[in-house]
Design a protein around this ligand. Structure first.
Ligand SMILES: [Zn+2]
Length: 198
C-alpha cells in the first residue's frame, strides 16, 4: 500500500494512515452471536473513527480504508477458515457508489492471511427494505456456486446479524463464522439504518 501522508479518518497531514487521536478512538468490538447462532467477529465498534472509515468505504469508494481495516480483521480469522465469502451489495448500490465494500474487505483480508475469496452469491438488483420503519426485509441470497466447508462470511458491518443468518441458510458448505469491519451496538437506530444495507 502506498503510504499516505494524511490521516484517512480526519485528514490531518503528516499522520498517515491514521493519526494518534483517531487511532486511540478505535474501540474493540466484543464477539457477537447472531440469532441463528453464528459467531460474528468484528474488528471495531461501529463508532467514531471506525464508523467513518466504513462509511467512506461504502459511500465514497475509499478502497484504501479496506486495506486499513483488513489488518485488524485478519487477526480475527479463525484457524479452521478455508475460504472467504463476501456478502454482495445490491447491483444498484454497487453502481451508485462504485464499490462493493465486502468484496474489497474480503480480498484485502485474503491477501494478508493467504485464503481464497469465493463469490458464492449472486448480487441482487436491489434489496428490499420496509420503507419508513428503519427495518429491512430479510435479504435472501441466491447461491451461484458451491462452497467448501470452512467458509468465513465477510461483510462490512453487523447490525442485527439477520443478513449473516440468511447467507448461512443459502450456502452449501459449513460456515465457521462471520468477519466484519465493525459491529453496531445500537440495533435499529436511525444512525445505523443504512449501515448493513446491501
Ligand atoms: Zn485522524
Amino acid at each position: 500500500m502506498v503510504s499516505i501522508p494524511m490521516c484517512a479518518a480526519c485528514g490531518a497531514w503528516g499522520a498517515g494512515p491514521l493519526c494518534e487521536s483517531c487511532r486511540q478512538s478505535l474501540q474493540l468490538a466484543p464477539e457477537r452471536i447472531t440469532p441463528a447462532g453464528v459467531l460474528a467477529r468484528a474488528a471495531f465498534r461501529h463508532e467514531g473513527t471506525a464508523r467513518l472509515l466504513v462509511h467512506e468505504l461504502k459511500y465514497r469508494a475509499a478502497v484504501r480504508n479496506a486495506t486499513l481495516l483488513a489488518n485488524p480483521m485478519a487477526a480475527l480469522v479463525p484457524g479452521e477458515a478455508r475460504v472467504l465469502v463476501p456478502l454482495p451489495r445490491s447491483v444498484l448500490r454497487r453502481v451508485r457508489y462504485g464499490v462493493d465494500p465486502a468484496v474489497e474487505l474480503a480480498h484485502s483480508v485474503g491477501r494478508i492471511v493467504g485464503l481464497p475469496v469465493i463469490h458464492a452469491f449472486a448480487a441482487s438488483v436491489w434489496w428490499p427494505s420496509h420503507a419508513g420503519t428503519g427495518h429491512r426485509a430479510t435479504v435472501r441470497f441466491t447461491p451461484i456456486r458451491t462452497v467448501p466447508d470452512g467458509a468465513l462470511l465477510v461483510d462490512d458491518v453487523v447490525t442485527t446479524g439477520l443478513t449473516i443468518d440468511s447467507a448461512v441458510q443459502s450456502i452449501t458448505g459449513h460456515v465457521v463464522g462471520a468477519l466484519l469491519a465493525t459491529a453496531s451496538a445500537k440495533i435499529g437506530s436511525a444512525r445505523d439504518r443504512h449501515s448493513d444495507d446491501h
